[in-house]
Design a protein around this ligand. Structure first.
Ligand code: AKG
Ligand code: FE2
Length: 323
């Protein structure tokens, strides 16, 4: 990690997050490759709460088609995008300052993606975009499942894996960030998305061509994430942190629009199903690691997060359910 020798502490460090390859054909639970990758995942998440994943299963062509679809969607009139509504708060179309996003609940389920494309294009439903988004979400959800399986195995809590994998949905968010005003060099006007931690289990981000994502390290330095075109950023969310009794932390991250170009990104979020109680297993609680969080329902956590008290809290997961 580089450090600046001048008296003013550097705002950024020049650094590359760990890159972990998930493309090996022999990467199956129990194989030696699996054990090797699992060790790297655990280490990277302990150090940074995130890592870069190379995952060839999602082909370059598919990623290209996804971003063509994303571009096409954001070119639609605002009234059309506003038809993207969800029964869950903040899961539909959102728009503030430079940021806009569209959301699809259960994006790995074809009928659900169909509901979305029907909302947007009621007369034809756009088969091509529906299939592209569905295939992408379905393939990427495999990466989420592998990572979660590895994390739980590495903490010796494999008996909860199936229950956990069955208790989550996949939300796909497609994001568009408008280029900041030309003549302005004030950082505030370049903020695409303010510093936050994700509330869900695991997030898998992909930025297409235009950078901007930044992650904060434990010693409060910002890293500019510059993944290759082929890789994804895998990140711990607050719900996973709480489930693991704080053994892994969810990193703060933000989007800063330093390039004068429209930025597109996608995020696949594993989200606990309504009614599923997130509760740290006994195996992770002992004298050295007393219980930190009360068991909670994710929907209640989200409601709190969107309340005034939740928005004001330095860490909403701690404010909501720390003991
Ligand atoms: O656009 C990005 O790269 C980041 C998006 C993000 O952090 C979020 O949606 O929670
Ligand atoms: Fe985020």
């Amino acid at each position: 990690m580089d450090s600046d020798s001048s008296s003013v502490p550097p705002l950024y460090v020049s650094f590359q997050l760990p890159v972990i390859d998930f493309s090996d054909q022999t990467l199956k639970p129990g194989s030696s490759k699996w054990e090797e990758v699992k060790t790297d995942v655990r280490k990277a998440l302990e150090d940074y709460g995130c890592f870069e994943a190379s995952f060839q299963k999602v082909s370059t062509e598919l990623k290209k088609s996804v971003f063509q679809a994303v571009e096409e969607l954001f070119e639609l009139p605002t009234e059309t995008k506003q038809r993207n509504v969800s029964s869950k708060p903040f899961h539909g179309y959102l728009c503030h300052n430079l940021y806009q996003s569209l959301g699809i609940d259960d994006a790995n389920v074809l009928e659900k993606v169909n509901d979305f494309t029907q909302q947007i294009w009621p007369d034809h439903g756009n088969k091509k975009i529906r299939e592209t988004i569905h295939r992408f979400s379905e393939q990427l959800s495999e990466l989420d499942m592998m990572v979660r399986r590895m994390i739980m195995e590495s903490f010796g809590i494999e008996k909860y894996i199936d229950e956990h994998l069955n208790a989550t949905n996949y939300l796909l968010r497609m994001m568009n960030y408008t280029a900041p005003p030309d003549d302005d060099d004030v950082e505030e006007t370049k903020i695409g998305l303010r510093s936050h931690t994700d509330k869900n289990i695991i997030t898998i981000l992909h930025q297409y061509q235009v950078d901007g994502l930044e992650v904060e390290t434990k010693d409060k330095k910002w890293i500019k994430v510059k993944p290759s075109q082929d890789s994804f950023l895998v990140m711990v969310g607050d719900s996973l942190c709480a489930f693991l009794n704080g053994r892994l932390s969810s990193p703060y991250h933000r989007v800063l629009m330093t390039e004068k170009k429209t930025r597109y990104s996608t995020g696949l979020f594993s989200v606990p199903k309504s009614g599923f109680i997130i509760d740290s297993p006994q195996e992770l609680i002992d004298e050295e690691h007393p219980r930190i969080f009360k068991p909670f329902d994710y929907d209640d956590f989200l409601t709190f997060f969107h309340s005034e008290a939740g928005r004001k809290a330095q860490s909403s997961i701690h404010a909501f359910c720390a003991l």
